[in-house]
Write a protein that binds this ligand. Structure first.
Ligand code: T4K
Length: 368
């Protein structure tokens, strides 16, 4: 539909430039398995993201699953219910029991003050999420991990390019994973990556994403196939050149929303955090029905009827899905903040292509 405003829109490379790279791939006949575009994208992404090592994947779910395998995580893992289902599914696929801990409403990330109470002798790791690209309290989380000898794997699917005091948030913890899905700030259509601290781990991850092959005749582990192909790597190289401009355009949308919504009764939103380079991947607002005069769902459906498609990320909570709701940690009493956020959140349309007219259309639903 032409007049539809969607929650996001993919950053697309110039088609002629992409076609030229496709021609190169056609000429070379090397279309996957650590080809030259794959190697180049890893190099350029490591530099752009300010991380020492990165390994490309076919999506943002498989690096989560692989990270757990690589670190041999078992037993129980402490995680957040306020995320996309893939976070917890990655634990399930590894036969690990998720233990949900409530979130801090000021970041939507896991509340570090509630982690210790959830640790048992079976706990082996913490899997936090930099929700909406807002950095978790990585220092507090690391202190707990060090105290109890736990690994930390960050689901950084939303945190492309996010920095705190000039350092990439992706360097926190033992491993971090990214999603380059079409709906993300930076996309390779489908795609993802894992960030690690040292060359040995990078080597191991590269084996694991290629069935465990170390060479033609040696399989070092029961790996999986999650390699990014050459088409997507070439597409990713082109998108990397325009991602800063896209983030800048998003920043302007965020400013316009904030200016219009500030002081509006019953609507709260996040401001930039000091010292943080944000990527403006999402613009969540939280609706207090009594003060705003309508519920989040009334607003959501009203907008939808007018072709303005916000999304209720992340409602329902992961802990509410059938696979997880019988877990002892999945109760409402254990997760009051997460429930409140999930019931009041609406992510407004946020992408690089929104025009002033689009922004004004979104804001008509929030008249002061
Ligand atoms: N961890 C976290 C914290 C995540 O958020 C995600 C994924 C993952 C892990 C796993 O990463 P991946 O394995 O997916 O790489 C989307 C995405 O599919 C998913 O990647 C994302 N998180 C999640 C939060 O959102 P949907 O079901 O909301 O997408 P969909 O298809 O409804 O699209 C939303 C809007 O985007 C559409 O209304 C229009 C626009 N769009 C979408 C696509 C796919 C386009 O304009 N073009 C497109 O091609 O899940």
């Amino acid at each position: 539909m032409n007049n539809q405003i969607t929650v996001t829109s993919p950053l697309l490379p110039d088609l002629a430039e992409f076609t030229a790279l496709l021609q190169e791939i056609w000429n070379s006949k090397w279309i996957t398995n650590n080809g030259s575009f794959h190697r180049q994208l890893e190099k350029e992404l490591a530099a752009y993201l300010k991380v020492p090592y990165i390994s490309l994947f076919t999506n943002g779910t498989l690096p989560l699953i692989t990270a757990l395998q690589a670190l041999r995580i078992t037993g129980e893992v402490i995680t957040t219910p306020y995320s996309f289902v893939a976070t917890t599914h990655s634990l399930w696929w590894n036969g690990i029991k998720p233990v949900f801990v409530d979130v801090d409403p000021s970041t939507c990330g896991i509340d570090p003050t509630k982690i210790e109470a959830a640790i048992t002798p079976k706990t082996t790791a913490i899997m936090p999420v930099h929700c909406y690209g807002k950095p978790c309290d990585v220092k507090a989380i690391q202190e707990i991990a060090d105290k109890y000898g736990l690994k930390v794997i960050y689901d950084a699917a939303h945190a492309f390019g996010v920095e705190v005091d000039g350092e990439s948030i992706l360097n926190a913890g033992d491993l971090s994973t990214l999603s380059f899905h079409a709906t993300k700030v930076y996309n390779t259509i489908e795609g993802g990556a894992m960030v690690m601290h040292d060359e040995k781990t990078k080597q191991r991850i590269d084996y694991l994403k290629n069935f465990g092959f170390a060479n033609e005749v040696t399989v070092v582990a029961p790996g999986i196939n999650s390699k990014m192909d050459e088409m997507r790597a070439a597409y990713g190289l082109l998108n990397l050149r325009q991602v800063d401009a896209a983030i800048d355009a998003r920043r302007k949308v965020a400013s316009a929303y904030r200016e219009a919504l500030r002081g509006l009764e019953g609507v709260t939103f996040f401001d930039d955090m000091p010292g943080v380079r944000h990527n403006y991947s999402y613009f969540p607002v939280f609706i207090d029905a009594k003060r705003f005069g309508k519920t989040r769902d009334q607003l959501y459906f009203e907008m939808k009827a007018a072709n303005v498609l916000g999304r209720r990320y992340f409602y329902p909570l992961i802990s509410e899905f059938s696979t997880y709701r019988s877990l002892p940690s999945a109760t409402r009493e254990n997760l009051p903040n997460a429930h409140r956020l999930a019931e009041t959140v609406l992510c407004l349309p946020m992408h690089h292509d929104l025009t002033d007219h689009d922004i004004a259309r979104v804001l008509t639903f929030f008249k002061k």
